[in-house]
Ligand binder design. Structure first.
Ligand SMILES: [Zn+2]
Ligand SMILES: [Zn+2]
Length: 349
């Protein structure tokens, strides 16, 4: 089967034909992949940016952690599913043995492994996953839209972390898939939301089509944009840019006792004026990955709002055109690029 693999601890990824996965082990299922989204983490891993050295000992490895598909084969002890069911998968595989796992805080497992970053992922016709990580799809939800369940679940978790409720004014910085979805989810919770970008016109167009208020900081000054949209400070900020300056900017317009959630992946440290921060009693929190409950909520939101949310899948390309997909995502021309693998061969009878 054709796969997109990281093969060496350096920049790049390769399209390679590899053996299909082995038989599913106990508690595992084999999935025929329908669609897999290209994520910022995939781009970082391909560019071999800082923070991905952990992959060195795991290569070669098939990338791809945002995916949907159909169950082809069940391993021993899988009793909750049947062959042919349509599913999505939370790619975070918890160890099951640590204190966090014992307390059902699977997202906090320090020995967790991510499908597509620690073990073979879904830029392939088939992927092996633990049945415990699956979520069934409602009949009305298409497999392609469902492939965005993971980034939407990450956004739901960021909004939960920010404790956004009805009446809050929320500023979201960064219109990539996570920021765009976070702004949309925040608006679903009620209150006023604006999404800011910088030289992100294609993504801001998509955000407008989703009915979001936006500002392009290439054309408008940050303080003026906040003033004109909110008329003063905001109650919540969600940062999804990966630029420490966005955290500084966000704190500047956050009200006293307001909450800022950092959700970007940052390569540089933050310089923070602690005097102002303490006097303003601001809360700086971090959100990363998601939780099973947020994942379940994301699947429901996709089914309920498919017509709107499917617009975020701006590009669909066959897996063999992965290099073009990577270029599109890097140039921020796309919101979400879905890669469609070659169909797996029919199961032997
Ligand atoms: Zn992702
Ligand atoms: Zn654990």
């Amino acid at each position: 089967m054709l796969t997109l693999q990281k093969t060496a601890p350096q920049e790049g990824a390769e399209l390679l034909h590899r053996e299909a996965p082995a038989e599913p082990g106990a508690g595992e299922v084999l999935i025929d992949v329908a669609a897999a989204g290209l994520c910022g983490s995939d781009l970082h891993a391909i560019a071999w940016g800082p923070g991905y050295a952990f992959m060195s000992d795991l290569l070669p490895l098939t990338l791809g952690h945002e995916f949907s598909g159909t169950i082809r084969k069940l391993g021993p002890q899988v009793t909750d599913y049947v062959v042919g069911e349509r599913v999505v998968c939370w790619p975070t595989v918890a160890c099951g043995a640590c204190d966090a796992c014992a307390e059902a805080r699977l997202q906090d497992c320090q020995a967790r492994r991510i499908i597509g970053l620690h073990r073979d992922g879904a830029f392939a016709s088939q992927v092996l996953v633990p049945a415990a990580n699956l979520f069934r799809l409602p009949a009305e939800l298409s497999l392609e839209t469902a492939a965005m369940a993971e980034p939407l679940a990450v956004a739901v978790h960021a909004v939960n972390t920010a404790e956004i409720s009805d009446g809050d004014k929320t500023l979201v910085l960064g219109p990539g898939p996570i920021g765009l979805f976070a702004a949309w989810v925040a608006r679903q919770r009620g209150g006023q939301v604006a999404l800011f970008g910088f030289q992100d016109s294609a993504r801001l167009v998509c955000a407008r089509e989703l009915g979001l208020q936006v500002a392009d900081l290439a054309e408008q000054n940050f303080d003026e944009a906040v003033q004109s949209l909110f008329g003063g400070t905001v109650d919540r900020v969600i940062e999804a840019t990966g630029r420490p300056q966005s955290v500084t900017d966000g704190l500047k317009v956050l009200r006293s006792s307001g909450i800022l959630v950092a959700a970007g992946i940052h390569a540089e440290p933050l310089s923070l004026n602690l005097t102002d921060f303490v006097r303003m009693k601001q809360q700086l929190r971090a959100a990363h990955d998601t939780t099973p409950a947020a994942f379940q909520e994301a699947v429901g939101l996709l089914a309920q709002h498919e017509a709107a949310l499917s617009q975020a899948a701006t590009h669909r390309l066959p897996l063999r055109e992965a290099p073009a997909a990577i270029t599109l995502a890097k140039q921020r021309e796309a919101v979400k690029v879905l890669l469609l693998p070659e169909p797996a061969m029919a199961p032997a009878r």
